[in-house]
Design a protein around this ligand. Structure first.
Ligand code: FAD
Length: 463
């Protein structure tokens, strides 16, 4: 007699939870999968809203298409004809009150030739960066260090403040001092492992063999298209308005307590996927019994909050011919980045107004998020006016806050996660933790993490 398919509870209906549900539906076709999502709609940080002129992203807006995970999933779901790529405009750096083009030949803000940094750095800082190849460099192969500390030591702190932190700020919401070199720029760590004699040379080797073709992609219609396709393809029951308050052991499986409009109920599950941000996962793991050590390690991973103000403004505004503005961390403005969305993405340039996103909030520098939505919108509009030299006429605006949604992926993160995975496998079999705090921040990393965890669960069930 074949046993019935497992009952699966996925806690969190963001990208990671939806991908885990989809992969489990492929690997365990008889499974009954319930995705428990506390908000009114699935998607989490994939959050497409509607302006009267069309879709606009309030969370993630793109993904790196040179990594295989997102492009592969999109292909599998039959969405390849929806792919769109950015145009050729690059970003500007806001530094010293001026907009300067992002220097050429840089990798995540690291220079391969300090001579290109003149517009962004003061002459003495350019000279300091230029001396980097002459400074003796000890690199033990396999070393894992803070990206920001290494760049500050080798090139000088101005390169961190004016290039590396602004470049990384949009993706990580943490400063590079808290991010691991190996996690954020693995190719650079490999070039150093292979004997590159300096950071300049390691960067030069990578930029020289950089693949041609687009680096980023997005979906026509917005990320909503992916969220809906995943929901459909997984066949999962997507229970929105359902907040998981506890996960308890129940015989060989689990009982997942859920609070929603109808009150509190308990969902029985043979397999559980926890796909929520770290501070939300911690109480759930701590209360299960057996997962305390894993929760303890997880609690060491810090998370950042942020907010996005999305604007459509009248085209009378003279928006710079740039994809957006990255802000040096010593610049006295409240926002950390602006994307000129309709300049960056040619398929969005047919809207009646210019589309612009203004982002706020970095780890350890997020007091600005205490401001109300109206105040954030005013700051966004004032920033845009400064950058453009005249006041925008706002046609539409929307504010979205992201609480604790981006994890700080520090040095030794991979070892920490391997330890957590080992603990969970041993102490709470049938339960997996996925999401941006595990195999890395960003859409491709979340897809990879969720698929791998779902495959492990399926293999365990089939054993
Ligand atoms: C503003 C912003 C911009 C970004 N831009 C990009 C980008 O351009 N490219 C890129 O690759 N990445 C980007 N990222 C990162 C990327 O979007 C995320 O790494 C990814 O979407 C995270 O997905 P997730 O499912 O792991 O987590 P989340 O999206 O945080 O989803 C978790 C879900 O769990 C739900 N939840 C939480 N607690 C509970 C509970 N107790 N019970 C039930 N449900 C619960 C939440 O409501 C949420 O829907 C961005 C992130 C943000 C915040």
């Amino acid at each position: 007699m074949t046993r019935p398919g497992p009952r699966v509870a996925v806690v969190g209906g963001g990208l990671s939870g939806l991908v885990a549900a989809y992969q489990l539906s492929l690997d365990l076709p008889g499974a009954h999968i319930t995705v428990l999502e506390e908000s009114a709609a699935p998607g989490g940080a994939l959050a497409t809203t509607d302006f009267p002129s069309g879709p606009m992203e309030l969370g993630a807006e793109a993904f790196i298409c040179r990594r295989p995970e997102a492009a592969g999933l999109i292909d599998e779901l039959g969405l390849t004809d929806r792919l769109e790529h950015p145009g050729t405009l690059g970003p500007a750096i806001l530094t010293g009150g001026r907009l300067e083009p992002m220097p050429t030949g840089t990798l995540m803000g690291l220079p391969s030739d300090a001579g290109t940094l003149a517009g962004v750095l003061d002459p003495e800082d350019v000279a300091r960066a230029a001396r980097e190849p002459e400074i003796p460099f000890e690199w033990p192969p396999g070393a894992d260090v803070s990206l920001g500390d290494l760049v500050a030591e080798r090139f000088g702190p101005a390169v961190v403040r004016r290039l590396v932190d602004p470049m990384l700020g949009g993706v990580y919401a943490a400063r590079s001092a808290g991010l691991g070199l190996r996690q954020v720029v693995p190719g650079l760590a490999e070039a150093l492992d292979k004997g590159a004699p300096s950071l300049t040379e390691a960067t030069r080797r990578l930029t020289a063999r950089r693949a041609t073709g687009p680096v980023f992609a997005t979906l026509n219609g917005g990320y909503r298209v992916l969220v809906e396709a995943l929901g459909r393809a997984s066949g999962a029951e997507i229970a929105t308005g359902s907040r998981c308050t506890a996960i308890r052991r129940d015989g060989p499986g689990y009982a997942v307590d859920v609070t929603g409009a109808g009150g509190t109920r308990s969902v029985g599950a043979d397999l559980v996927v926890v796909a929520v941000p770290v501070p939300r996962a911690l109480p759930l793991l701590t209360a299960i019994g057996g997962a305390e050590a894993a929760a303890g390690s997880l609690s060491g991973i810090r998370t950042a909050s942020s907010a996005v103000v999305a604007l459509e403004v009248d085209r009378a505004l003279d928006l710079p011919q740039r994809s957006g503005v990255l802000v040096a961390t010593d610049e006295p403005v409240p926002y950390k980045a602006m994307t000129f969305t309709s300049r960056k993405w040619p398929h969005l340039d047919d809207r009646p107004g210019h589309l612009v996103r203004v982002s706020f909030g970095r780890l350890d520098d997020d007091e600005v998020l205490d401001s109300g939505d109206e105040a954030l919108t005013r700051m966004a509009v004032a920033g845009l006016a400064d950058v453009c030299g005249s006041d925008p006429i706002v046609m539409h605006s929307r504010v979205r806050r992201w609480q604790d949604s981006l994890a700080e992926i520090g040095p030794d993160h991979d070892a920490t996660i391997a330890g957590i995975r080992g603990e969970l496998a041993q102490r709470v079999p049938g339960l997996e933790l996925v999401g941006g705090a595990t195999e890395g921040v960003g859409v491709p990393a979340c897809i990879g993490s969720a698929r791998a965890a779902a495959r492990r669960l399926a293999a365990q069930w089939q054993d």
